[in-house]
Ligand binder design. Structure first.
Ligand code: PMP
Ligand code: GLN
Length: 383
Protein backbone atom coordinates (compact mmCIF):
# COMPACT_ATOMS: atom_id res chain seq x y z
CA UNK A 1 0.00 0.00 0.00
CA UNK A 2 1.41 3.39 -0.91
CA UNK A 3 2.27 5.96 1.76
CA UNK A 4 -0.72 8.13 1.00
CA UNK A 5 -3.01 5.33 2.13
CA UNK A 6 -1.03 4.12 5.11
CA UNK A 7 -3.43 3.64 7.99
CA UNK A 8 -6.50 3.07 5.80
CA UNK A 9 -6.52 -0.72 6.23
CA UNK A 10 -10.08 -2.07 6.41
CA UNK A 11 -13.13 0.17 6.70
CA UNK A 12 -14.80 0.25 10.07
CA UNK A 13 -18.04 -0.89 8.42
CA UNK A 14 -16.55 -4.09 7.02
CA UNK A 15 -14.78 -4.74 10.33
CA UNK A 16 -17.94 -4.28 12.37
CA UNK A 17 -20.16 -6.31 10.05
CA UNK A 18 -17.63 -9.14 10.23
CA UNK A 19 -17.66 -8.88 14.03
CA UNK A 20 -21.48 -9.04 14.02
CA UNK A 21 -21.43 -12.15 11.82
CA UNK A 22 -18.70 -13.85 13.87
CA UNK A 23 -20.47 -13.27 17.19
CA UNK A 24 -24.06 -13.68 15.97
CA UNK A 25 -24.83 -10.17 17.20
CA UNK A 26 -27.48 -7.73 16.05
CA UNK A 27 -25.68 -5.50 13.55
CA UNK A 28 -26.47 -1.86 14.22
CA UNK A 29 -23.01 -0.92 12.93
CA UNK A 30 -22.89 -0.67 9.15
CA UNK A 31 -25.74 1.45 7.80
CA UNK A 32 -27.85 -0.71 5.50
CA UNK A 33 -31.56 -1.49 5.71
CA UNK A 34 -32.65 -5.04 6.60
CA UNK A 35 -35.71 -4.61 4.37
CA UNK A 36 -35.33 -4.05 0.63
CA UNK A 37 -36.86 -1.10 -1.20
CA UNK A 38 -40.19 -0.97 -3.06
CA UNK A 39 -41.43 -4.00 -4.98
CA UNK A 40 -42.28 -1.92 -8.05
CA UNK A 41 -38.71 -0.67 -8.26
CA UNK A 42 -37.37 -4.22 -8.06
CA UNK A 43 -39.85 -5.15 -10.80
CA UNK A 44 -38.56 -2.26 -12.89
CA UNK A 45 -35.03 -3.67 -12.57
CA UNK A 46 -36.24 -7.13 -13.59
CA UNK A 47 -37.99 -5.64 -16.62
CA UNK A 48 -34.83 -3.80 -17.63
CA UNK A 49 -32.80 -7.01 -17.33
CA UNK A 50 -35.34 -9.01 -19.33
CA UNK A 51 -35.72 -6.36 -22.03
CA UNK A 52 -31.99 -6.04 -22.41
CA UNK A 53 -31.74 -2.46 -21.19
CA UNK A 54 -28.38 -1.83 -19.56
CA UNK A 55 -26.97 -5.35 -19.85
CA UNK A 56 -24.12 -3.95 -21.93
CA UNK A 57 -22.11 -0.82 -21.12
CA UNK A 58 -24.52 2.05 -20.69
CA UNK A 59 -23.45 5.56 -21.79
CA UNK A 60 -20.56 6.86 -19.68
CA UNK A 61 -22.47 9.76 -18.08
CA UNK A 62 -25.42 7.47 -17.21
CA UNK A 63 -28.54 6.41 -19.12
CA UNK A 64 -30.55 9.38 -20.45
CA UNK A 65 -33.72 8.25 -18.62
CA UNK A 66 -31.96 8.42 -15.25
CA UNK A 67 -30.18 11.70 -15.96
CA UNK A 68 -33.54 13.23 -16.93
CA UNK A 69 -35.15 11.90 -13.73
CA UNK A 70 -32.32 13.29 -11.59
CA UNK A 71 -32.60 16.71 -13.22
CA UNK A 72 -36.38 16.65 -12.71
CA UNK A 73 -35.92 15.66 -9.05
CA UNK A 74 -33.60 18.61 -8.43
CA UNK A 75 -35.94 21.01 -10.20
CA UNK A 76 -39.19 19.90 -8.60
CA UNK A 77 -37.85 19.58 -5.07
CA UNK A 78 -35.33 22.38 -4.86
CA UNK A 79 -35.90 24.64 -7.85
CA UNK A 80 -32.41 23.77 -9.11
CA UNK A 81 -32.31 23.51 -12.88
CA UNK A 82 -29.61 21.26 -14.39
CA UNK A 83 -29.14 20.18 -17.98
CA UNK A 84 -29.30 16.36 -18.01
CA UNK A 85 -26.68 16.20 -20.78
CA UNK A 86 -23.98 18.46 -19.39
CA UNK A 87 -24.72 18.88 -15.69
CA UNK A 88 -25.69 15.41 -14.43
CA UNK A 89 -23.37 12.43 -13.96
CA UNK A 90 -24.39 8.94 -12.80
CA UNK A 91 -21.80 7.17 -10.63
CA UNK A 92 -21.22 3.83 -8.92
CA UNK A 93 -22.86 4.96 -5.70
CA UNK A 94 -22.15 8.21 -3.90
CA UNK A 95 -18.82 6.62 -2.98
CA UNK A 96 -17.58 6.94 -6.54
CA UNK A 97 -19.03 10.43 -6.90
CA UNK A 98 -17.01 11.51 -3.84
CA UNK A 99 -13.82 9.83 -5.07
CA UNK A 100 -14.14 11.09 -8.64
CA UNK A 101 -14.91 14.65 -7.46
CA UNK A 102 -11.93 14.83 -5.14
CA UNK A 103 -9.57 13.24 -7.67
CA UNK A 104 -10.77 15.68 -10.32
CA UNK A 105 -10.78 18.89 -8.29
CA UNK A 106 -7.98 18.63 -5.73
CA UNK A 107 -4.33 19.35 -6.59
CA UNK A 108 -1.59 17.78 -4.47
CA UNK A 109 -1.08 20.05 -1.49
CA UNK A 110 -4.56 21.61 -1.63
CA UNK A 111 -6.43 21.78 1.64
CA UNK A 112 -9.88 20.25 1.89
CA UNK A 113 -12.11 21.22 4.79
CA UNK A 114 -14.35 18.44 6.08
CA UNK A 115 -16.81 18.44 8.94
CA UNK A 116 -15.55 16.18 11.73
CA UNK A 117 -16.69 13.49 12.47
CA UNK A 118 -16.41 12.75 8.73
CA UNK A 119 -17.62 9.80 6.69
CA UNK A 120 -14.68 7.43 6.31
CA UNK A 121 -14.25 7.61 2.55
CA UNK A 122 -13.64 11.37 2.66
CA UNK A 123 -10.34 10.98 4.43
CA UNK A 124 -9.19 8.20 2.11
CA UNK A 125 -10.20 10.07 -1.05
CA UNK A 126 -8.56 13.32 0.05
CA UNK A 127 -5.42 11.27 0.68
CA UNK A 128 -5.63 9.57 -2.72
CA UNK A 129 -5.90 12.99 -4.35
CA UNK A 130 -2.79 14.10 -2.47
CA UNK A 131 -4.75 16.75 -0.61
CA UNK A 132 -4.53 17.75 3.03
CA UNK A 133 -7.52 17.16 5.27
CA UNK A 134 -8.54 20.05 7.50
CA UNK A 135 -11.21 18.88 9.92
CA UNK A 136 -13.69 21.30 11.47
CA UNK A 137 -15.26 19.66 14.49
CA UNK A 138 -19.00 19.61 15.12
CA UNK A 139 -19.51 20.20 18.85
CA UNK A 140 -22.19 18.56 21.00
CA UNK A 141 -24.36 21.34 22.37
CA UNK A 142 -27.80 20.98 23.86
CA UNK A 143 -28.62 17.67 22.21
CA UNK A 144 -27.27 18.51 18.75
CA UNK A 145 -23.85 18.45 17.07
CA UNK A 146 -23.28 22.04 15.97
CA UNK A 147 -21.04 23.64 13.35
CA UNK A 148 -19.06 26.54 14.83
CA UNK A 149 -18.98 29.08 12.02
CA UNK A 150 -16.04 30.96 13.49
CA UNK A 151 -14.02 27.75 13.53
CA UNK A 152 -15.00 27.07 9.93
CA UNK A 153 -13.95 30.56 8.91
CA UNK A 154 -10.65 30.19 10.77
CA UNK A 155 -9.93 26.90 8.97
CA UNK A 156 -9.84 28.56 5.53
CA UNK A 157 -6.33 29.42 4.31
CA UNK A 158 -4.82 30.46 1.00
CA UNK A 159 -4.38 26.80 0.19
CA UNK A 160 -8.02 25.82 0.79
CA UNK A 161 -9.47 24.41 -2.41
CA UNK A 162 -12.83 23.14 -1.31
CA UNK A 163 -15.25 22.48 1.52
CA UNK A 164 -16.57 18.94 1.68
CA UNK A 165 -19.99 19.24 3.24
CA UNK A 166 -22.37 16.53 4.43
CA UNK A 167 -25.97 17.24 5.36
CA UNK A 168 -27.93 15.41 6.74
CA UNK A 169 -24.76 14.42 8.52
CA UNK A 170 -23.43 10.91 9.11
CA UNK A 171 -22.79 9.98 11.94
CA UNK A 172 -24.26 12.79 14.09
CA UNK A 173 -27.70 13.13 12.46
CA UNK A 174 -27.33 16.91 12.28
CA UNK A 175 -29.26 18.65 9.50
CA UNK A 176 -27.58 21.96 8.74
CA UNK A 177 -29.99 24.87 9.11
CA UNK A 178 -30.72 27.65 6.64
CA UNK A 179 -28.57 30.05 8.70
CA UNK A 180 -25.64 27.65 8.89
CA UNK A 181 -25.76 26.91 5.18
CA UNK A 182 -26.07 30.58 4.32
CA UNK A 183 -22.93 31.27 6.33
CA UNK A 184 -21.00 28.42 4.68
CA UNK A 185 -22.17 29.69 1.28
CA UNK A 186 -21.14 33.27 2.03
CA UNK A 187 -17.71 32.04 3.10
CA UNK A 188 -17.30 29.92 -0.05
CA UNK A 189 -18.20 32.90 -2.24
CA UNK A 190 -15.98 35.29 -0.31
CA UNK A 191 -12.95 32.99 -0.46
CA UNK A 192 -13.76 31.59 -3.91
CA UNK A 193 -13.97 27.96 -2.77
CA UNK A 194 -15.61 24.98 -4.37
CA UNK A 195 -18.12 22.99 -2.33
CA UNK A 196 -18.63 19.26 -2.73
CA UNK A 197 -21.75 18.37 -0.79
CA UNK A 198 -22.77 14.84 0.14
CA UNK A 199 -26.55 14.83 0.44
CA UNK A 200 -27.22 11.09 0.32
CA UNK A 201 -29.62 11.39 3.27
CA UNK A 202 -31.59 14.24 1.67
CA UNK A 203 -34.92 12.42 2.06
CA UNK A 204 -34.26 11.10 5.57
CA UNK A 205 -35.25 14.08 7.71
CA UNK A 206 -37.65 14.16 10.64
CA UNK A 207 -39.76 16.40 12.84
CA UNK A 208 -40.17 19.17 10.31
CA UNK A 209 -36.43 19.55 9.68
CA UNK A 210 -35.95 20.55 6.04
CA UNK A 211 -33.06 19.43 3.89
CA UNK A 212 -31.70 22.42 2.00
CA UNK A 213 -29.16 21.90 -0.80
CA UNK A 214 -26.34 24.43 -0.53
CA UNK A 215 -26.32 24.70 -4.35
CA UNK A 216 -29.55 26.70 -4.02
CA UNK A 217 -27.90 29.51 -2.02
CA UNK A 218 -26.79 32.72 -3.75
CA UNK A 219 -23.55 32.37 -5.70
CA UNK A 220 -23.35 28.64 -5.04
CA UNK A 221 -24.73 26.87 -8.09
CA UNK A 222 -21.62 27.59 -10.14
CA UNK A 223 -19.21 26.34 -7.44
CA UNK A 224 -21.05 23.30 -6.05
CA UNK A 225 -21.00 19.59 -6.80
CA UNK A 226 -24.09 17.98 -5.21
CA UNK A 227 -23.94 14.23 -4.58
CA UNK A 228 -26.73 11.79 -3.77
CA UNK A 229 -27.52 8.10 -3.98
CA UNK A 230 -30.39 5.68 -4.54
CA UNK A 231 -28.96 3.43 -1.85
CA UNK A 232 -30.36 5.52 0.99
CA UNK A 233 -33.50 6.99 -0.56
CA UNK A 234 -34.82 3.71 -1.93
CA UNK A 235 -33.13 1.14 0.34
CA UNK A 236 -31.03 -0.51 -2.37
CA UNK A 237 -27.52 -0.07 -1.03
CA UNK A 238 -26.31 -3.04 -3.09
CA UNK A 239 -27.29 -1.52 -6.43
CA UNK A 240 -24.67 1.22 -6.24
CA UNK A 241 -26.52 3.87 -8.18
CA UNK A 242 -25.36 7.35 -7.23
CA UNK A 243 -25.10 10.66 -9.03
CA UNK A 244 -24.00 14.24 -8.95
CA UNK A 245 -25.26 17.52 -10.33
CA UNK A 246 -22.86 20.41 -11.03
CA UNK A 247 -22.23 23.13 -13.60
CA UNK A 248 -20.80 21.95 -16.94
CA UNK A 249 -17.09 22.56 -16.27
CA UNK A 250 -17.19 20.75 -12.92
CA UNK A 251 -19.29 17.91 -14.32
CA UNK A 252 -16.86 17.52 -17.22
CA UNK A 253 -13.90 17.43 -14.84
CA UNK A 254 -15.47 14.75 -12.67
CA UNK A 255 -16.59 12.78 -15.73
CA UNK A 256 -12.95 12.59 -16.75
CA UNK A 257 -11.84 10.90 -13.53
CA UNK A 258 -14.98 8.78 -13.31
CA UNK A 259 -14.40 7.26 -16.74
CA UNK A 260 -11.09 5.80 -15.56
CA UNK A 261 -12.42 4.55 -12.23
CA UNK A 262 -15.39 2.46 -13.37
CA UNK A 263 -16.35 3.95 -16.75
CA UNK A 264 -19.95 2.90 -15.99
CA UNK A 265 -21.88 0.73 -13.54
CA UNK A 266 -25.29 -0.69 -12.64
CA UNK A 267 -26.84 -0.70 -16.15
CA UNK A 268 -30.30 -2.20 -15.53
CA UNK A 269 -30.53 -0.63 -12.08
CA UNK A 270 -30.14 2.83 -13.58
CA UNK A 271 -33.42 2.32 -15.46
CA UNK A 272 -35.14 1.14 -12.29
CA UNK A 273 -33.94 4.15 -10.29
CA UNK A 274 -35.19 6.47 -13.04
CA UNK A 275 -38.64 5.09 -12.21
CA UNK A 276 -38.02 5.21 -8.46
CA UNK A 277 -37.25 8.93 -8.55
CA UNK A 278 -40.76 9.47 -9.91
CA UNK A 279 -42.53 7.50 -7.16
CA UNK A 280 -45.44 9.44 -5.67
CA UNK A 281 -44.84 11.64 -2.64
CA UNK A 282 -46.58 9.03 -0.49
CA UNK A 283 -43.53 6.78 -0.89
CA UNK A 284 -41.15 9.40 0.49
CA UNK A 285 -43.53 10.34 3.30
CA UNK A 286 -44.15 6.73 4.25
CA UNK A 287 -40.44 5.96 4.26
CA UNK A 288 -39.72 8.94 6.52
CA UNK A 289 -42.59 8.13 8.90
CA UNK A 290 -41.39 4.55 9.21
CA UNK A 291 -37.80 5.62 9.90
CA UNK A 292 -38.90 8.25 12.37
CA UNK A 293 -40.77 5.61 14.40
CA UNK A 294 -37.67 3.40 14.33
CA UNK A 295 -35.52 6.31 15.41
CA UNK A 296 -37.77 6.80 18.39
CA UNK A 297 -37.70 3.12 19.40
CA UNK A 298 -33.91 3.11 19.34
CA UNK A 299 -33.39 6.57 20.86
CA UNK A 300 -35.76 5.90 23.73
CA UNK A 301 -34.30 2.45 24.28
CA UNK A 302 -30.75 3.80 24.39
CA UNK A 303 -31.79 6.54 26.81
CA UNK A 304 -33.51 3.97 29.04
CA UNK A 305 -30.32 1.86 28.95
CA UNK A 306 -28.39 4.85 30.30
CA UNK A 307 -26.80 6.42 27.21
CA UNK A 308 -26.96 10.16 26.62
CA UNK A 309 -28.68 10.24 23.25
CA UNK A 310 -28.36 12.82 20.46
CA UNK A 311 -31.70 12.32 18.76
CA UNK A 312 -30.99 12.85 15.06
CA UNK A 313 -32.95 15.26 12.85
CA UNK A 314 -31.86 13.25 9.81
CA UNK A 315 -30.04 10.10 8.52
CA UNK A 316 -30.60 6.65 9.95
CA UNK A 317 -28.01 6.87 12.70
CA UNK A 318 -28.14 7.79 16.36
CA UNK A 319 -25.02 9.02 18.11
CA UNK A 320 -24.91 8.27 21.84
CA UNK A 321 -22.52 9.26 24.63
CA UNK A 322 -21.32 6.32 26.73
CA UNK A 323 -20.03 8.35 29.67
CA UNK A 324 -23.22 8.04 31.74
CA UNK A 325 -22.57 4.26 31.61
CA UNK A 326 -19.20 4.77 33.24
CA UNK A 327 -17.24 4.24 30.02
CA UNK A 328 -15.23 6.75 28.01
CA UNK A 329 -13.45 4.86 25.23
CA UNK A 330 -15.90 4.19 22.41
CA UNK A 331 -13.49 1.93 20.52
CA UNK A 332 -13.05 -0.39 23.50
CA UNK A 333 -16.76 -0.15 24.23
CA UNK A 334 -17.72 -1.24 20.69
CA UNK A 335 -15.14 -4.05 20.71
CA UNK A 336 -16.64 -5.51 23.90
CA UNK A 337 -20.30 -4.83 23.16
CA UNK A 338 -20.95 -8.02 21.12
CA UNK A 339 -19.60 -10.16 23.94
CA UNK A 340 -21.39 -8.20 26.64
CA UNK A 341 -24.82 -8.04 25.06
CA UNK A 342 -24.84 -9.23 21.45
CA UNK A 343 -25.10 -5.84 19.72
CA UNK A 344 -22.69 -4.19 17.27
CA UNK A 345 -22.22 -0.41 17.03
CA UNK A 346 -19.56 1.83 15.47
CA UNK A 347 -17.19 4.01 17.51
CA UNK A 348 -17.37 7.60 16.25
CA UNK A 349 -13.69 8.08 17.12
CA UNK A 350 -12.75 6.49 13.80
CA UNK A 351 -14.32 9.50 12.06
CA UNK A 352 -12.14 12.02 13.92
CA UNK A 353 -8.62 13.39 13.71
CA UNK A 354 -9.19 14.93 17.13
CA UNK A 355 -9.61 11.51 18.70
CA UNK A 356 -10.31 12.84 22.17
CA UNK A 357 -13.34 14.76 20.92
CA UNK A 358 -14.88 11.65 19.43
CA UNK A 359 -13.84 9.10 22.04
CA UNK A 360 -17.04 8.87 24.12
CA UNK A 361 -19.47 8.64 21.20
CA UNK A 362 -20.83 5.57 19.46
CA UNK A 363 -23.17 5.25 16.51
CA UNK A 364 -26.15 2.91 16.17
CA UNK A 365 -28.06 2.41 12.88
CA UNK A 366 -31.86 2.24 13.08
CA UNK A 367 -32.67 1.23 9.48
CA UNK A 368 -33.71 -2.18 10.84
CA UNK A 369 -37.04 -3.91 11.43
CA UNK A 370 -38.80 -2.71 14.56
CA UNK A 371 -38.62 -6.13 16.24
CA UNK A 372 -34.86 -6.18 15.64
CA UNK A 373 -34.52 -2.75 17.25
CA UNK A 374 -36.68 -3.85 20.18
CA UNK A 375 -34.53 -6.91 20.66
CA UNK A 376 -31.38 -4.76 20.52
CA UNK A 377 -32.82 -2.33 23.06
CA UNK A 378 -33.66 -5.20 25.39
CA UNK A 379 -30.12 -6.53 25.12
CA UNK A 380 -28.62 -3.08 25.71
CA UNK A 381 -30.77 -2.56 28.81
CA UNK A 382 -28.73 -5.32 30.45
CA UNK A 383 -25.57 -3.18 30.36
N1 PMP B 1 -21.87 9.33 2.01
C1 PMP B 1 -22.38 9.06 3.20
C2 PMP B 1 -22.47 10.16 4.21
C3 PMP B 1 -22.82 7.79 3.51
O1 PMP B 1 -23.30 7.52 4.72
C4 PMP B 1 -22.72 6.77 2.53
C5 PMP B 1 -23.18 5.35 2.74
N2 PMP B 1 -23.30 4.92 3.98
C6 PMP B 1 -22.18 7.09 1.31
C7 PMP B 1 -21.77 8.37 1.07
C8 PMP B 1 -22.00 6.06 0.23
O2 PMP B 1 -23.10 5.92 -0.56
P1 PMP B 1 -23.19 4.77 -1.66
O3 PMP B 1 -23.56 3.53 -0.95
O4 PMP B 1 -24.24 5.25 -2.60
O5 PMP B 1 -21.87 4.66 -2.33
N1 GLN C 1 -22.40 4.43 4.64
C1 GLN C 1 -22.65 3.27 5.47
C2 GLN C 1 -22.45 3.66 6.92
O1 GLN C 1 -22.14 4.79 7.24
C3 GLN C 1 -21.73 2.15 5.13
C4 GLN C 1 -21.23 2.11 3.75
C5 GLN C 1 -20.02 1.21 3.63
O2 GLN C 1 -19.94 0.16 4.22
N2 GLN C 1 -19.08 1.67 2.90
O3 GLN C 1 -22.61 2.81 7.75
Amino acid sequence: LNRRLAGFGTTIFAEMSALAAATGSINLGQGFPDTDGPEEVREAAVRALRDGRGNQYPPGPGVPELRAAIAEHQRLRYGLVYDPDTEVLVTAGATEAIAASLLALVEPGDEVIALEPYYDSYAACIAMAGGTRVPVTLHPREGRFVLDLDELRAAVTDRTRLILLNTPHNPTGTVLSREELAAVAALAVERDLLVVTDEVYEHLVFDGAAHLPIAAFPGMRERTVTISSAGKTFSFTGWKVGWLTAPPELTAAVRTTKQFLTYVASGPFQYAIAEALRLPESYFEGFRADLRAKRDVLSEGLAAAGFAVYRPAGTYFVTADIRPLGASDGVAFCRSLPERCGVVAVPNAVFYDHQAQGAPFVRFAFCKRTEVLQDAVKRLSAL
